[in-house]
Design a protein around this ligand. Structure first.
Ligand code: PMP
Length: 368
């Protein structure tokens, strides 16, 4: 028997657990991790190269620990796209929104504290909670994957969590959460005990509706988290950020590692922010493709959850894993998130989506 994890003195709560593991398979059409299918445009690649070359000249020094220029540009982006004015003091950035979430849980969760999410939702909220020693509660959803508000309010009152996650648009289901529901959850969370509400807007640029960013106004316990991984087509960059009351930005600095955002990351993100208009143009194409996927899947006889994201949840299947495998056999990788009866497909290029639609149409024929 070889030496393994269980032979090490790892923390009890990590024993027997699996790491986050979306398969990274070498398949012609990969529509499984909600990535943007469009490579960065060449003028942006040039600009990144220029900015990184300049940063390289100073790599003997630590980067700007507070990433002030980057946070200023992110604040401008948020203000421009939401119409709600935020400044550098409202914005914090880290290596992907996963790190933002980790920093929030290190600050507001931790041993003896707890967090809640309404599942199925983004599995990393619960996994990062565990990694930071934060207790985790799974709140309910309705059969159509909307949040069951009355049940959610009861769960908050019962568990009195320190952190409440609301993902909108939600992953993996795709549906958005209304402003009224988020406000009601915020009120419930404050009534139970002063707790932080984290609105995870990783996919908001793809939504038919607006960002809930302005909810931070007058609500210091509300945080909106964002990422450049999806709309900006820069998953490889690892840049996430949050907008909140300046006190929240001060608080997360208590746990962030010094110089956590490398100078190369900051330079690359700044270059991408100079090309926001082009990148958001791709978002419009992806929204059209997402709507086409919804329509065509329904026309083929599948059930589809309303989607405000760059992916679509479709079903229903008796054995979703078997269908996942059959789609993979046809050269298309989608995602089995373990939601019984459902699978998730990310909107790709028109050609990739055609390949996916051909595969699922074929399967439908086989089944009938
Ligand atoms: N939030 C949600 C809802 C997500 O789906 C993801 C990525 N799949 C993230 C956060 C993390 O994204 P990143 O760390 O790349 O910013």
């Amino acid at each position: 028997m070889s030496f393994g994890i269980d032979d090490l003195p790892v923390r009890d709560e990590l024993r027997g657990k699996s790491p986050y593991g979306a398969p990274q398979l070498d398949v012609p059409v990969r529509l499984n991790t909600n990535e943007n299918p469009y490579p960065l445009p060449e003028p942006l690649v040039e600009r990144i190269t220029e900015r990184v070359r300049e940063a390289a000249r100073h790599l003997n020094r630590y980067p700007d620990r507070d990433a002030v220029e980057l946070r200023t540009r992110l604040a401008e982006y948020l203000t421009k796209t939401s119409g709600y004015e935020v400044g550098v003091a409202n914005v914090w950035a880290a290596n992907g929104s996963n790190e933002v979430i980790q920093q929030l849980l290190q600050t507001f969760g931790g041993p003896g504290r707890s967090a809640i999410g309404f599942e199925p939702s983004y599995s990393m909220h619960g996994l990062i909670a565990r990694g930071t020693g934060t207790g985790w509660f799974s709140g309910p959803r309705n059969d159509d994957f909307t949040i069951d508000l009355a049940a959610a309010e009861r769960a908050i009152a019962e568990h009195r969590p320190d952190v409440v996650f609301v993902t909108t648009p939600n992953n993996p289901t795709g549906n958005a959460v209304s402003r009224e529901t988020v406000l009601a959850l915020y009120e419930a969370a404050q009534a139970a005990k002063p707790s932080m509400v984290v609105v995870d807007e990783a996919y908001i640029e793809f939504s038919h509706g607006d960002s809930l960013l302005s909810l931070i106004d007058g609500r210091p316990n509300l945080v909106v988290s964002r990422t450049m991984s999806k709309a900006f087509g820069a998953a490889g960059l690892r840049l996430g950020y949050l907008a909140a009351h300046p006190a929240v930005v001060d608080a997360v600095q208590l746990v962030r590692l010094p110089y956590h955002l490398s100078a190369v990351t900051q330079a690359t993100a700044l270059a991408a922010l100079e090309h926001t208009d082009t990148l958001l143009g791709y978002v419009e194409q992806l929204k059209t493709e997402r709507d086409r996927l919804v329509e065509e899947l329904r026309a083929t006889g599948y059930e589809v959850t309303e989607s405000d994201a760059n992916f679509v949840q479709f079903g229903r299947f008796e054995d979703s894993h078997e269908i996942w495998r059959k789609i993979l056999d046809r050269g298309v990788l989608v995602r089995d998130n373990g939601v019984p009866g459902w699978l998730r497909v990310t909107a790709g290029t028109p050609a990739e989506n055609d390949a996916f639609l051909d595969a699922v149409r074929e399967l439908k024929k086989e089944q009938s």
